[in-house]
Design a protein around this ligand. Structure first.
Ligand code: B3K
Ligand code: ZN
Length: 854
C-alpha cells in the first residue's frame, strides 16, 4: 500500500478557482457534469492531475473541445495542458444506491446525501481532492420531484424550477472558496424545522433542521442548541456567521457523528433527534455539543482550513476545545471537565500507549480515514487548552483573533496556529511544539518533601515521555501544572494556587510559609494531559477528596484513592475498603456539592482504566475486585443510595442542570443498590423502568437490570424492545446495553444478537452498538477461550466488505494484545494475522491490523 508522508508535501501545481457542477440525480445512475476553471500555479510544466475513485470519465473536454489524450496514472486522470488557464469539463455516472461505504454520494433511507471528508469528493467527480485547493462552487441539481422534493447544497439558493418531465431543479451558490471535502448536496423528501438567528451585526440567518416528517417533533433541542452556539461564538471568540442560510440535514446511515459542510451540515440522526421519551440526558448533551462543534467549524475549519491532512488537529483539536468550552458554559464546568478527562483516559491514553500511537501531527498514513482519532481530536484539544492556560484568557483571545484574522480564507498549518499564540501571547513556545511531534502520554512523578518546623516544603517533579512505535529517546515536554498546598491539620490552603511550567526532565519547587504538614493538590483542572505518580497516602487522598477547593482535583483524589484500592485488590485478591467507603459517604453527605458532581465522584474507575495501571491485565480479577468494592459500597451506604433513588424524588422531566444531576445520581445509586445484592433491587429497578417519564431513568433502570439475573431483566428487555420497535436510535441502545453487560454469558448473547433480524452491518450506528460495545466490554471480550476475538475478527471482515472506514474504527481492541497474558496475546495476534492475510481487504483495515501486529 502507498504511504503518504508529511515531509513530501508540495503545493498544488494547478488551482481551481471556480467549479460548476450539474448533477442529474438518480439512485442508480446519477450523471455528474463538472466544469473546472483551472489556473497554473507558479512556473512549471506539470500536467493537471485529478483524483477519481470508482468512476470512469465518460467525456473530457478542454476549453470546449473533446480530448482523448488523457491517461489514468495511479488512480489520477493526468492531462497535459499548454496554457496558463483552461476550462476542463468531465462527465461521469455513479450509483448512490450501491454505495455501501457511505463516502461520496450515497443513499440513506431514500435520501440522497454526500460525505466528502476526507477523500470522498473524488467518488463524485474528477477533481484535485486535497484541502489546499480552494474553489467557489455553483451547483445545479435535477431530480424526480415526487421522490426528491427538497434539493439542498452549500451556500445560498439561487434559482429553482420545474421541468415538464416530472423532474425539478435547483441551483445553489457558495461565495466562500472551500476545499472539496466541504462540498455537500442533499436530495430527499424532508420536512424542516425553521428558526432564525440575528447576528450581532444585524444579519438575519434562516436556520433549518431537515429530517423525515415523522422525526420533526424531535428537532427542537438541536435547533435551540444551534442558536445558543451561534451566540456563544460571537461572545466568546468574536466569530459571526457569514451566509444567509444555515441548514442541517439528519440521516440514519453515517460513518461518524456529523460533518461541517459549508452552510449545509449533514448529521448522523443520533446527534439531532431528541425528546424525553427516546433520548437520555447524555444524548441531549451530546447533541448540543456536536451541533456546536460543527457550527464552530465554520470558522475553525471552513474559513480557515487545513493545508494537508497531517494538519487535521488544527481544525479538530481547536474545534473540540471550543465545543468543550461551550458545553462547560451551559451547566457545570467542573462536571464537563470530569467527563472530558474520563473520555480522554478511556480512549486516548490507551491509543497513545498502544500500537496505533501517533503524534497529534502525524508523519505518515496509509489511509487518512484512520487518523480521525482521539489523539487528533481530544489530545489535540488538550494542547490548545495548555496554550490557553499558559497565555491566560485575555492573551489567548488576542491570539485566536490574530489567527482568524491572519489566516482567513487560507489553508493553514498547526505551526501557523502556534506562531499566532506566540506572537499575540508574548511567549516562546519553541519547546511546547514537541507536543505536536512526540506521541505518548508523559508520566510525571511527584514527591513532596517537608521538614517540620522549617516553614518550607519542596516538591520534586520529574517527567518521562514513553517510547511509542517508531519513536524512542524523547525529549522532556512543556507541562503546565496548576498546583496548591493544603494544611493537613486545618484543611486550609497554604498560599495561592501556582502555575508551574515543567519543561525539563526534573525540577524542584519550593513553597514558603508552610506552617503545618502540607498535602499537595496536583495538576488541578487536569491542566496537563499526563499521568501523575505521586507518593500521596490514602489518608492524603481522602483529605483532598474532602478539602480541595478545585472540583476536578477533588474528584481526582477520590478516583486515585479508588484506583489504588482496586489495583491492590486485583493484585492481592483483597483490599481494605474502609477509606473509599468513608470518602464516598462524605461526598454523598456534602450538601454544598451539586448532585451531578457527586454522581461522577462516587463512580468507580472503569475496568479498562484499572487494567491500564497493571503490567498485565487480568480481566476477571479486575472485574471481581471492582464488584467486591461495589458490593461493599452498596451495603455500607444502603440508606444513602436508597434515598438518592427514592421514587418520591421524581419530578416531571426537565432538561436543566439541576434535574440532570438528580437523575444522574439516581441511576448511579440504583446501580449500587443492585450491587449490594439486596433482594428487592430488581423490583426497585423495574418500578423505575415502568414509571419513568424519560429515557434517562428508563435506560438507567434497564442497564441495572441487564447487569444481573432476574425475571425483571428479561421482562424489561422485552418491553423495551416492543415499545421502541420502530425507533432505530432506541433499538441501538437495546443492542448496546446487552453488549455491555458484565454477565458471563454476554459473549454468547452478543453472537446471538448478531443474528437478530434487527441487526445489520449496513447501518454504522447498529454495527457500533453491538460490535463496538462488545469490544469495549473488557470482561466479555477477553473471556477465556478467545471466542470473542474470533467473533470480532469475523465481524470486521464482513463489515470491511461493505464499509471499510467503520470496520477499521472497530479494530483497536484486538490490537491491545501486548497488555495481556501470553495465551490471550497469542489468540489476539492470530486473529490480527488472519485479518491481514485475508485477500482484498481494504487499506483502512489493513493499516490498522498490520500496525497492530508490529
Ligand atoms: N470533520 C468531520 C469528521 C470527518 C471524518 C472523516 N473520516 C466531523 C467533525 O469532526 O466535525
Ligand atoms: Zn470536527
Amino acid at each position: 500500500p502507498v504511504v503518504t508522508r508529511r515531509s513530501d508535501y508540495a503545493p498544488p501545481a494547478w488551482q481551481v478557482p471556480q467549479v460548476a457542477l450539474d448533477v442529474a440525480l438518480d439512485p442508480l445512475a446519477t450523471r455528474v457534469r463538472a466544469r473546472l476553471e483551472v489556473v497554473r500555479s507558479g512556473a512549471h510544466d506539470e500536467p493537471l492531475r485529478l483524483d477519481g475513485a470508482g468512476q470512469v470519465p465518460l467525456a473530457v473536454r478542454v476549453d470546449g473541445i473533446a480530448v482523448d489524450d488523457w491517461r489514468i496514472v495511479g488512480g489520477q486522470l493526468v492531462l497535459a495542458l499548454p496554457g496558463e488557464a483552461h476550462v476542463i469539463e468531465t462527465e461521469v455516472e455513479i450509483a448512490p444506491d450501491r454505495n455501501t461505504q457511505l463516502m461520496g454520494l450515497y443513499a440513506s433511507g431514500g435520501i440522497l446525501c454526500t460525505q466528502c471528508e476526507a477523500e470522498g469528493f473524488r467518488r463524485i467527480t474528477w477533481f484535485p481532492d486535497r484541502p489546499d485547493v480552494l474553489s467557489t462552487y455553483r451547483v445545479r441539481m435535477t431530480a424526480d420531484k415526487a421522490r426528491f422534493p427538497v434539493l439542498l447544497a452549500n451556500g445560498d439558493p439561487v434559482a429553482a424550477g420545474d421541468n415538464a418531465d416530472g423532474t425539478h431543479w435547483a441551483e445553489w451558490h457558495d461565495p466562500y472558496p472551500k476545499p472539496s471535502y466541504l462540498f455537500a448536496l442533499v436530495a430527499g423528501n424532508l420536512a424542516v424545522n425553521r428558526g432564525t438567528f440575528t447576528t450581532r451585526s444585524g444579519r438575519v440567518v434562516d436556520l433549518g433542521i431537515w429530517v423525515r416528517a415523522a422525526d420533526l417533533a424531535r428537532t427542537g433541542h438541536a435547533l435551540h442548541a444551534l442558536q445558543l452556539a451561534m451566540a456563544w461564538d460571537e461572545r466568546v471568540y468574536g466569530r459571526e456567521y457569514d451566509l444567509d442560510v444555515f441548514n442541517i440535514v439528519a440521516v440514519d446511515d453515517f460513518n461518524f457523528g456529523a460533518m461541517e459542510n459549508k452552510g449545509l451540515n449533514i448529521f448522523n440522526s443520533r446527534y439531532i433527534l431528541a425528546d424525553p421519551d427516546t433520548a437520555t440526558d447524555w444524548d441531549y448533551d451530546a447533541i448540543a455539543a456536536v451541533v456546536a462543534h460543527e457550527y464552530f467549524h465554520n470558522w475553525s475549519g471552513n474559513r480557515i482550513t487545513c493545508r494537508d491532512w497531517f494538519q487535521l488537529s488544527l481544525k479538530e483539536g481547536f474545534t473540540v476545545y471550543r465545543d468543550q468550552g461551550f458545553s462547560a458554559d451551559q451547566g457545570s464546568a467542573a462536571v464537563k471537565r470530569i467527563e472530558d478527562v474520563r473520555g480522554l483516559r478511556a480512549a486516548q491514553f490507551p491509543e497513545d500507549a498502544g500500537p496505533l500511537a501517533h503524534p497529534v501531527r502525524p508523519e505518515s498514513y496509509i489511509e487518512i480515514g484512520n487518523f480521525y482519532t482521539a489523539t487528533i481530536y481530544n489530545k489535540g484539544a488538550e494542547l490548545i487548552r495548555m496554550m490557553a492556560t499558559i497565555l491566560g484568557p485575555e492573551r489567548f483571545r488576542a491570539a485566536t483573533d490574530l489567527y482568524f484574522d491572519r489566516f482567513d480564507g487560507t489553508a493553514a498549518t498547526c505551526e501557523d496556529f502556534v506562531a499566532c499564540m506566540e506572537e499575540a501571547g508574548g511567549v516562546d513556545l519553541t519547546r511546547f511544539r514537541l507536543w505536536y511531534s512526540q506521541a505518548g502520554t508523559p508520566r510525571v512523578s511527584a514527591t513532596l518533601d517537608h521538614q517540620p518546623g522549617s516553614g518550607r516544603a519542596t516538591l520534586h517533579l520529574a517527567q518521562k515521555v514513553p517510547d511509542t512505535p517508531g519513536q524512542t529517546h524523547k525529549q522532556p515536554q512543556v507541562l503546565p501544572l496548576r498546583l496548591r498546598l493544603f494544611g493537613a491539620e486545618t484543611g486550609r490552603p497554604l498560599g495561592d494556587e501556582r502555575l508551574v511550567i515543567l519543561s525539563d526532565t526534573a525540577a524542584s519547587i519550593t513553597f514558603e510559609t508552610v506552617t503545618e504538614r502540607p498535602v499537595v493538590s496536583l495538576n488541578r483542572g487536569f491542566s496537563a494531559p499526563v499521568v501523575i505518580d505521586s507518593d500521596r497516602s490514602a489518608a492524603d487522598l481522602a483529605f483532598l477528596a474532602r478539602h480541595d477547593d478545585d472540583p476536578f482535583a477533588r474528584y481526582e483524589a477520590m478516583q486515585q484513592l479508588m484506583l489504588d484500592t482496586l489495583v491492590a485488590a486485583t493484585v492481592e485478591g483483597e483490599a481494605d475498603h474502609a477509606a473509599v467507603i468513608a470518602a464516598v459517604a462524605d461526598t454523598l453527605d456534602d450538601p454544598t456539592l451539586d448532585r451531578a458532581f457527586v454522581a461522577e465522584a462516587v463512580l468507580l474507575p472503569a475496568e479498562s482504566f484499572i487494567g491500564d495501571q497493571l503490567s498485565t491485565v487480568d480481566p476477571e480479577a479486575i472485574f471481581q475486585a471492582r464488584e467486591a468494592l461495589r458490593r461493599d459500597l452498596g451495603r455500607a451506604l444502603d440508606a444513602r443510595w436508597r434515598a438518592a433513588c427514592d421514587p418520591a424524588l421524581r419530578r416531571p422531566f426537565a432538561y436543566t442542570p439541576e434535574d440532570k444531576g438528580i437523575r444522574r445520581l439516581r441511576n448511579v445509586a440504583l446501580g449500587y443498590v443492585a450491587a449490594s445484592g439486596a433482594a428487592d433491587a430488581p423490583a426497585l429497578a423495574y418500578a423505575q423502568f415502568e414509571a419513568a417519564d424519560n429515557m434517562t431513568d428508563r435506560h438507567g433502570a434497564l442497564t441495572t437490570l441487564v447487569g444481573g439475573r432476574s425475571a425483571q431483566r428479561d421482562a424489561a428487555l422485552d418491553v423495551f424492545y416492543h415499545r421502541y420497535a420502530g425507533n432505530a436510535l432506541v433499538l441501538d441502545k437495546w443492542f448496546q446495553t446487552q453488549a455491555l453487560s458484565p454477565l458471563e454469558d454476554t459473549p454468547a448473547l452478543v453472537a446471538e444478537l448478531a443474528q437478530h433480524p434487527d441487526f445489520t452491518l449496513a447501518n454504522p450506528n447498529r454495527a457500533r452498538a453491538l460490535i463496538g460495545a462488545f469490544g469495549a466490554n473488557q470482561r466479555a471480550f477477553h473471556a477465556d477461550g478467545g471466542d470473542g476475538y474470533r467473533w470480532l475478527a469475523d465481524q470486521l471482515l464482513a463489515l470491511d466488505a461493505l464499509n471499510p472506514q467503520t470496520a477499521a474504527k472497530l479494530l483497536p481492541p484486538l490490537g491491545r494484545w501486548r497488555r495481556f497474558d501470553p495465551v490471550r496475546a497469542d489468540r489476539m495476534r492470530a486473529e490480527l494475522a488472519r485479518i491481514v492475510a485475508t485477500p482484498d481487504i481494504s487499506k483502512d483495515l489493513f493499516e490498522q491490523a498490520s500496525k497492530s501486529l508490529e
